[in-house]
Design a protein. Structure first.
Length: 361
């Protein structure tokens, strides 16, 4: 110490600490009030920022009080410098965690807004969080006087060894980044792999792609495999799609009448059923003279992939009822087999004759 501690020093330090604590409590109450107002807005980013400031602001006020209290005490220059460096490093770490939370939350919010699903791609969220945390830790160490150049060099050398040991994991990581960057697959898309797996993409993390099928089960697919396999994305380039329904009528039917009735049923289904496309123009295409009927294809419009089952269900019911009302038959496959029996002459049985043997004596 530069001099002896007196009562005035303790009073100033205590007042500084108390002021910092009170300021922290007031800032926390203010952040809570701002959080309630932020929840009323449509943008979710302000909720994330206020939530991060709710931790950062009170601690910053308290650390400022500690710094003022330390400067009020008769400390040596070396001790005071060490205290200030430590407090600055702590403040940087707290700000780093807050910034990581804000950046990760904003990335997740933007990804969720673009894909329309709550669980978005966490691979970008994790990468941004790790990058911010590493940068904050390095800055804090530099503030404390620790040289980070040898540490960066050691991390680089160690990174090569880790890369060799985790080839599959890194391959999945970069495959996931490539998938998201190329926008071939996004969370919320409905995909089907050539191996048969299909469903909605729930999340793309650093190792796996999580797919939820229509039976509400999760299918875990490594990113590397997803990048190598043939895949159909039923959501890209647009979510609406057309589905085909095969129908057949008897040869005696008036095809013009059949087409008119079918299109009327298509229009009612498109207008009444949830998930259909109201402005879709139905189409009927006759294509095959089959054994017992004339086959044609009906083209329907659906809003997204899973809606097709409900649309087909209602369309088939209504078309069947309308065909019965209009007297249009939907024949089942029939075959006529003609049997012809030819006269077959069966020779009369020949009695068994025992050969006489001549015995020569």
């Amino acid at each position: 110490m530069n001099r002896e501690l007196v009562l005035h020093d303790w009073l100033v330090a205590g007042i500084a600490l108390a002021a910092g604590a009170v300021a922290g409590l007031l800032l926390r109450a203010l952040m809570r009030w701002l959080g309630r107002h932020a929840e009323r807005t449509r943008w979710s980013g302000d909720d994330i920022i206020v939530d991060a400031l709710r931790t950062l602001a009170p601690w910053a006020a308290f650390i400022a009080g500690v710094a003022v209290a330390a400067s009020a005490l008769p400390l040596t220059t070396r001790v005071l410098g060490f205290v200030n460096q430590s407090l600055t490093a702590i403040l940087i770490l707290i700000a780093t965690f807050g910034a990581a939370r804000v950046v990760a939350g904003l990335v997740q919010s933007v990804a969720g807004a673009r894909t329309g699903v709550a669980g978005s791609a966490t691979i970008f969220v994790n990468i941004t969080r790790i990058v911010v945390l590493v940068m904050g830790v390095l800055v804090a160490l530099e503030t404390m006087g620790v040289s980070i150049a040898p540490l960066v060099t050691a991390l680089g050398v160690g990174g090569l060894a880790v890369a060799l040991a985790l080839q599959d994991t890194l391959a999945n990581l970069f495959a996931g980044v490539h998938i998201l960057a190329s926008k071939t697959v996004q969370p919320g898309d409905y995909i089907r792999l050539s191996s048969g797996e299909e469903g909605y993409v729930v999340d793309i993390n650093w190792r796996n792609t999580v797919v939820r099928n229509l039976s509400n089960n999760l299918v875990i697919i490594p990113n590397g495999r997803l990048a190598r396999t043939n895949m159909t994305n039923f959501t890209q380039p647009e979510q609406q799609l057309s589905i085909l329904v095969q129908v057949g009528v008897g040869y005696e039917s008036d095809l013009e009448h059949v087409e008119q009735v079918t299109l009327e049923v298509v229009d009612t289904v498109m207008a009444d059923i949830n998930g259909a496309v109201p402005d879709h123009e139905g189409k009927v295409r006759f294509h095959t003279f089959a054994d017992s009927r004339i086959n044609f294809t009906v083209i329907l419009g659906v809003g997204e992939f899973s809606d097709q089952y409900r649309i087909k269900h209602e369309f088939i019911k209504r078309l069947h009822q309308r065909f019965r009302t209009e007297g249009i038959s939907i024949p089942a496959p029939t075959r006529t087999v003609a049997l012809q029996q030819d006269a077959v002459q069966v020779p009369a049985p020949v009695p068994h004759q025992r050969e006489a043997s001549t015995v020569v004596r």
